[in-house]
Write a protein of this length. Structure first.
Length: 319
């Protein structure tokens, strides 16, 4: 949902107004995701038992490399190697579909498009009555077409935000003082989100995988987007340099953290260490954060800049 909102915020106008082609958009997103994925894929290969690398395992590794794993509803496939990369498999599909989606929405109208989306969402909910429990995770949590609904909801949240911005009483000017009213709104939506998290163990896992978080996430995204630059207490805290830096490395952290856990576990086993869970957690957090900073500063950002600049120069030469 957040990805759909942010991508629509950044690129919807450019694509609709043809200031960027579908190909250019997709290639830029590839440049953003793929370099870090390749590094994590290589590390995951190194952590694998090379003795168990059968021909099937080799084929599976390339399936994972090219990010097709989430299309296969088999746990050993979609969680293969760096397990979290299943999310990139979904994201690549979303990015490929995004230009076609926003052009179609603008062609048939946002209201009709939302009705179509609502119909798809209802069908998604009704399908839950017919899916076997053993397929729940693969179908509702992993499968790209199912998660596309979340992405679409993020796009429609952007359109709602865009409409709110156009209201006469809405101003983009920031406040110099913290607003008590806006602070209360931010705290309220955060409390709603926390309440949903606390209660999700009492909800069938199928709905937690699917539509359970649609409401709290929608409120969270819209509230913080609309109150941006308006000095709610949470916005003020999150705009501090340390939190901005942590936000910048969030993708690197996400991609590397399970690999760090595997490495730490292996080191502890070989060293014969048996630390309490919270000490292991602290070590993993420190290491994963440190590696994420290094990857973002020394590899991910410089390589993205290099690739995009080289692609831009190549296009200029072709013209």
């Amino acid at each position: 949902m957040l990805s759909g909102f942010v991508i629509a915020l950044s690129y919807e106008d450019k694509i609709v107004e043809q200031r960027i082609t579908h190909k250019e958009f997709f290639i830029k997103r590839i440049f953003r995701l793929y370099p870090l994925h390749i590094v994590c894929w290589i590390i995951a290969i190194c952590l694998s038992q090379l003795s168990s690398f059968t021909l099937t395992r080799v084929g599976l590794s390339f399936f994972n490399l090219f990010l097709f794993q989430s299309w296969i509803p088999i746990r050993s496939i979609y969680y293969s190697f760096n397990a979290v990369s299943w999310c990139l498999s979904d994201q690549i599909f979303f990015y490929f579909a995004f230009p076609f989606i926003v052009v179609l929405i603008n062609r048939i109208g946002k209201r009709k498009s939302f009705y179509c989306f609502a119909f798809i969402a209802v069908c998604f909910f009704l399908s839950s009555f017919f899916v076997s429990d053993k397929w729940v995770q693969a179908v509702y949590y992993i499968f790209p077409l199912s998660r596309l609904i979340d992405f679409l909801l993020g796009i429609f949240l952007y359109y709602a935000y865009k409409r709110i911005r156009q209201c006469k009483n809405y101003t983009m000017k920031g406040n110099t003082q913290i607003s008590i009213k806006n602070s209360l709104i931010e705290i309220l939506v955060l409390l709603i989100f926390v309440a949903f998290m606390v209660c999700d163990t009492k909800v069938p896992i199928l709905y937690v995988y699917g539509m359970y978080y649609w409401l709290p996430m929608s409120l969270l995204i819209l509230a913080f987007a609309c109150l941006n630059n308006r000095k709610g207490i949470m916005s003020y805290v999150l705009s501090r340099k340390i939190f901005v830096s942590l936000g910048n490395i969030s993708f690197s952290f996400y991609m590397i953290h399970t690999l760090v856990i595997q490495i730490v576990d292996r080191v502890f086993v070989k060293a014969g260490l048996n630390l309490e869970w919270y000490m292991r957690l602290a070590i993993v957090l420190v290491l994963a954060t440190g590696f994420a900073f290094l990857l973002e500063k020394k590899y991910e950002k410089p390589l993205y800049k290099y690739l995009t600049n080289r692609y831009s120069r190549k296009r200029i030469q072709q013209l």
